[in-house]
Design a protein around this ligand. Structure first.
Ligand code: ATP
Ligand code: MG
Length: 394
């Protein structure tokens, strides 16, 4: 039995070597922990900054044994890490979040069933698993969005369908994989809440984050006191906490919401890990979502994060290396780095790049956090940065 809390000097493992794993590794290392990353890619963003990198597939028994040997506890950064891999690790050492919670978040049908069990409203939906299901879809779900139940992210594995014929074609396009069809909702806004819950049930949360998506990918997150009316914010926080509680969740959990045009709040989905919409916490809060991931994993006390600056986060997608405003290499396949020197001349601009070796369109390459004394200055600076980078104004 592992003695908790695990104090600095212990080795913390993470399943997955993407940017979330990299930022977890940075947080753990700055607190004096050693780190190990399991990822099949030799040059993964987290693997390259970690003390140890186990290069293996997520379900590779030898790789998992090696990770367990190196580590005192293991977490995950990538929601598509197979839950059975986490279950296997959990027979040898503490693993958070638990495989059962991750398994629910990995499958939109079980995720929605969990919301329904808790009485948290989500988009009306139907499970599509056969031609009969397609035929029986109620008219009220059209127009809708057909989403694969598993393995979707950043809007991948989704088809927007207006008619029954489009639904049938869309399902064929998704290889007739188990899907959910969600009613297309009239969105006024999108937001998210990140909570961290410890083994003892103690829970802390970040403020409500306002999220702007473009082409199904998060583009801009804005966080200050008034992103939503107070009553709606309170409702979002309460729902996020209820969802974590209902899963007996341990770790950092993000809950994404839709704010409908009639003011109703409905939950979209959950991510069993730190989230892109929480990256602002690295510069605008006194505790980041990654430090809280370390604390939940090691059994250290949780402290409520305090946001000390209003903030805007701009996601830096691979497009910026190619066709920003048409001024960079829009005609060539050779990526050209954005003008970081000009961006970093802006007060309160904090650049985070993930060390990905190759820029590609729609690939998350990094993010820029803007902090400042007031909401107005943050917004003005963020718009200046966006203009320099070729990101559309918001
Ligand atoms: P990620 O993992 O990046 O959060 P995802 O691939 O899991 O994304 P969703 O969050 O399901 O995808 O959807 C992506 C975006 O598409 C949402 O943020 C929202 O803008 C839009 N969207 C999804 N479902 C609906 C819906 N039922 N009604 C209206 N818009 C929707
Ligand atoms: Mg989403």
């Amino acid at each position: 039995m592992t003695q908790l809390p695990l104090l600095p000097g212990a080795t913390l493992g993470v399943m997955g070597g993407g940017q979330l794993g990299r930022m977890f590794v940075h947080a753990a290392q700055s607190m004096g922990y050693f780190t190990a990353v399991l990822d099949p890619d030799a040059s993964s963003p987290a693997g390259r900054v970690s003390h140890h990198h186990v290069q293996a597939d997520y379900l590779d028994a030898q790789g998992l044994a090696e990770l367990a040997r190196l580590c005192d506890a293991v977490t995950t950064e990538f929601e598509n890490v197979p839950a059975p891999a986490l279950a296997q690790l959990a027979t040898r050492l503490p693993v958070t979040p638990a495989a059962e919670a991750v398994a629910i978040a990995q499958d939109r049908t079980s995720e929605k069933a969990h919301f329904t069990r808790l009485g948290v409203p989500c988009a009306p939906y139907a499970v599509i698993d056969s031609d009969a299901d397609v035929a029986q879809v109620p008219d009220s779900l059209l127009p809708g969005i057909l989403k694969t139940a598993r393995l979707g992210y950043d809007g991948k594995g989704q088809v927007r369908v207006k008619t029954r014929a489009e639904l049938a074609a869309g399902w064929a396009q998704l290889q007739r994989a188990t899907c959910v069809l969600e009613q297309m909702l009239p969105l006024a806004a999108e937001c998210s809440v990140i909570v961290a819950r410890g083994r003892d049930g103690q829970m802390v949360h970040f403020p409500v984050q306002h999220n702007l998506h473009r082409d199904g990918i998060l583009a801009v997150t804005t966080v200050h006191d008034d992103v939503l009316p107070a009553a709606q914010s309170a409702q979002a926080v309460a729902a996020a906490r209820a969802i974590a509680e209902g899963l007996a969740y341990v770790g950092v959990l993000c809950v994404e919401f839709f704010v409908l045009q009639d003011g109703r709040l409905v939950v979209n989905e959950i991510a069993p890990r730190p989230h892109n919409s929480g990256h602002y916490s690295l510069n605008a809060c006194d505790v980041s979502q990654f430090e809280l991931q370390v604390r939940t994993l090691t059994g250290l006390p949780l402290v409520a994060p305090r946001q000390h600056s209003p903030t805007i986060m701009l996601n830096l997608l691979g497009e910026l290396w190619f066709d920003a405003n048409g001024v960079r290499s829009s005609t060539s396949d050779t990526p050209v780095a954005p003008p970081w020197d000009q961006v970093l001349a802006l007060p309160g601009a904090h650049l985070h790049l993930y060390g990905k070796l190759k820029a590609a369109r729609a690939r998350k390459m990094g993010h820029l956090n803007i902090t400042g004394a007031t909401v107005e200055t943050v917004r003005a600076t963020a718009l200046q940065a966006a203009a320099l980078l070729g990101i559309a104004a918001f």
